[in-house]
Design a protein around this ligand. Structure first.
Ligand code: GCW
Length: 738
């Protein structure tokens, strides 16, 4: 007798399950479970971490008696979404849909709601203080002599988040008989930024087209929107900016606002607010005004009227995200005004409605000869204290641009009077697109845990971002989405983990990247330890691997021009120096690296003294940032005892070697996971292996023309000439700007 397990393999069925009555009940339960699983069963990744496949027998026996009955209200959309998710989730995981009742009447009742929505909860005297509008508690307790579980919150949204947490516990096979959990998010705005154009092109998108089907909106609401909202709610994301920061003003026209309104309607039950990227010159482009000067009364009135128009349609509209005076985008400086002037004008328009403005600090100017690393700090710090209360300044994790590894941005901690949002990139523009297996959890963790020292030791970036360091009630994190129309949403199965870890760390920036990967693997693939452990190791080592084979030892910005695909350390010339590679690596016959010390560009001095001193000293700078801050001789010695040149080559090869190890580990896992996903990951790892080698070979060939040194012993020479690597062109690489 065979049955199919969560991962699609077949196993002999234990004989004690063979009684006919039980068989029929199980069959009926399975059919019911199928009925509540509207998503496709193919293992194409569509279901993300919400797969809800039946658990193995031991888990079923533990969980079923404890989760026999659902007691929850269904009086509004969020409550119904919660009920449907629990019925779907428990039905799928337990192989039988739980009974739904108005009052607890059996052992194993699960009460879900708020004191207002579920009177029985109000009688329990639960302490909901401190859970705020989004927090929840999950507790095992005795209810009239019967074991029960409560998921309680102050709001329906809190109860929804708690329900997802309960499902996650089952997916991770955690014990649920003595629960006493309290959770509330540390960060208020947990937002995805879609760099999606209105023609469905996604800037730096590697997973198909934009999921927003603008042409068919508002009349056709693709069911994918609901699944998107579910997935985001499951990890606590509560906002989405639907269009590219390189914004088209048309998003603010009535025709598009109709569409945004329709999307907001889908998102609302799941606690997700909709925001749009606003083009600063919109009053001129779609408003017929002669200027967009933020001090011009007509311009201010235009934005106020625009905000009123939006809020009349979308009362819970989140607000605006703005990229201004950056990479050619219009902004207040075009009119002789400051970033604060521009942000405050928009803030004034949305403030009466409770909206916010997320104003990006990703600015640098080609008229400014100073080190690009320094420019955002130089431009923004003088305006600390000038921004309106509902403005957040959104800062990329590092000072250059989402490079494989960057030291934390010196703005974190340097604007104590302004809430600073973190902007992470989830899409892997500089980390191998969607084909390279790179788990970003360790990278996010490294930045969030970095100590700015601005208010003494322990002043971590996480504390700046969650507002606790400088006492801000408003706080936020943004992640540039990796979501598109690909069936698996993110372009590859493992890139789903980056969406997941982003959401989990946005909720709690103190979480551990490994623990999150562990839960994600169990939810997404299988809880089979023989699978989880080796894959966890692969994921945790993957970020260092990509840093090694692309930009070791603090090198940065060495990718192909424009599309950013593949190596391009030779890139030079063109419209601006800081769009080239040679600007950043500064290789000469003598050495390599960007001197940002006090005797160089002095970017180090933008950090608090203890950090600045360490970064400034070649003996104390963390080795991963050596060439970020220092120009070093090829023959200088590094920690390993090797020369810099030898170490560089060693690291390039080490990165390639790590990808080979990932390939081997994955090949050994065939049979532990469905063939469909196993195959795609296997093929993608082969692409990664090939491209890692290409990065290594091209970089070594190029830098050797400077060092003039032989390759260390045992290192294979690049198989092609440097000219060959330079000649490669990729005119249709995905995700390029349009
Ligand atoms: O990383 C760079 C990208 C641009 C992007 C820009 C930004 C949206 O190459 O495509 O533009 O950053 O963050 O504004």
């Amino acid at each position: 007798m065979l049955h199919t397990t969560a991962n699609g393999r077949q196993h002999p069925r234990p004989s004690h399950l063979g009684r006919p009555g039980r068989w029929l009940r199980m069959l009926a339960a399975a059919l019911l479970a199928l009925a509540v699983l509207p998503l496709a069963q193919a293992e194409d990744g569509y279901e993300l971490w919400l797969r809800y496949r039946p658990l193995e027998q031991a888990a079923l026996e533990r969980y079923r008696p404890a989760l026999a009955q659902l007691v929850l209200p269904a009086g509004n959309e969020t409550q119904r979404a919660t009920r449907d998710e629990l019925v779907r989730g428990l039905g799928g995981l337990l192989g039988q849909a739980p009974a739904v009742a108005d009052v607890p009447s059996a052992a194993g009742a699960v009460l879900v709601g708020t004191p207002a929505s579920l009177p029985r909860l109000a009688q329990l005297g639960l302490d909901l203080d401190g859970l705020g509008e989004e927090g929840y508690l999950i507790r095992s307790l005795d209810l009239d002599g019967r074991a029960a579980t409560v998921v309680a919150a102050n709001t329906d949204l809190g109860a929804l988040y708690g329900s997802f947490h309960l499902l996650r516990l089952l997916q991770a096979r955690q014990p649920i008989d003595a629960l006493d959990l309290r959770q509330a998010p540390n960060v208020k705005l947990r937002v995805l930024n879609h760099w999606d154009d209105l023609n469905r092109h996604v800037e730096r998108g590697y997973s198909g087209q934009s999921i927003w089907d603008w042409h068919r909106l508002p009349d056709w609401l693709d069911p994918r929107y609901t699944d998107y909202a579910r997935a985001n709610a499951s990890i606590g994301i509560n906002g989405t900016v639907v269009n590219n920061v390189n914004a088209n003003a048309q998003i603010l026209t009535p025709m598009y606002l109709d569409k945004v309104q329709a999307l907001a309607g889908v998102m609302r039950p799941w606690g997700i607010k909709v925001y749009v990227s606003a083009r600063f010159s919109a009053p001129m482009e779609i408003g017929g005004l002669a200027t967009a000067d933020p001090m011009d009364p007509a311009v201010r009135a235009w934005w106020r009227a625009k905000a009123d128009e939006i809020y009349a349609r979308i009362p819970d509209f989140g607000g605006f995200l703005v990229k201004a005076n950056s990479e050619g985008q219009p902004g207040p400086q075009d009119f002789g005004r400051t970033h604060a002037d521009g942000a405050n004008m928009l803030a004034e328009a949305v403030a009466p409605h409770g909206g916010v403005v997320m104003w990006r600090a990703f600015v640098y100017s080609d008229e400014e000869p100073d080190d690009r690393h320094k420019q955002a700090y130089t431009e923004f710090v003088p305006h600390d204290g000038e921004f309106a209360d509902n403005v957040l300044v959104q800062v990329k994790n590092g000072a250059i641009d989402f490079q494989p590894r960057e030291p934390f941005h010196p703005l974190f901690g340097a604007m104590p009077k302004t809430p600073l949002m973190m902007e992470f990139q989830i899409t892997k523009e500089y980390l191998g697109f969607a084909t390279h297996l790179v788990y970003l959890g360790p990278m996010y963790e490294e930045v969030l845990r970095a100590d700015t020292h601005v208010a003494g030791p322990g002043s971590t970036v996480a504390k700046v971002v969650d507002g606790s360091l400088h006492g801000h009630a408003l706080s936020g994190i943004a992640g540039v989405a990796n979501i598109g129309t690909d069936r698996n949403w993110s372009g590859s199965h493992f890139d789903q983990a980056n969406w997941y870890v982003y959401g989990r760390m946005a909720w709690d920036p103190y979480l551990d990247a490994r623990a999150i990967a562990d839960e994600w693997l169990r939810m997404t693939f299988t809880a089979d330890e023989a699978f989880v452990e080796p894959v966890l190791d692969m994921m945790m080592a993957s970020h260092q691997a990509v840093v090694d084979y692309m930009t070791p030892l603090g090198l940065h910005h060495l990718m192909g021009r424009g599309h950013h695909y593949g190596p391009g350390p030779w890139v030079e010339g063109g419209p601006r120096a800081d769009w080239t590679s040679v600007y950043f690596h500064r290789a000469t016959r003598q050495g390599i690296g960007f001197d940002r010390t006090t005797s160089g560009s002095d970017a180090v001095s933008q950090y608090a003294p203890p950090v600045a001193e360490a970064f400034n000293d070649p003996a104390r700078v963390p080795e991963e940032f050596l060439l970020w801050f220092h120009h070093r001789p090829w023959t200088s010695t590094v920690a390993s005892g090797r020369t810099l040149w030898d170490e560089l080559v060693h690291r390039y090869s080490r990165g390639v070697g790590q990808v080979e190890r990932m390939q081997q580990a994955w090949a050994g896992l065939r049979g532990h996971v469905d063939a469909e996903r196993h195959h795609q990951v296997e093929r993608f790892l082969a692409i990664q292996r090939k491209e890692a080698q290409w990065w290594r070979d091209a970089s070594v060939a190029y830098f050797q023309t400077f060092s003039g040194l032989p390759l260390p012993e045992g290192e294979a020479p690049p198989p092609h000439s440097l000219e060959y690597y330079k000649s490669l062109e990729f005119p249709h690489a995905p995700g390029d700007t349009q």
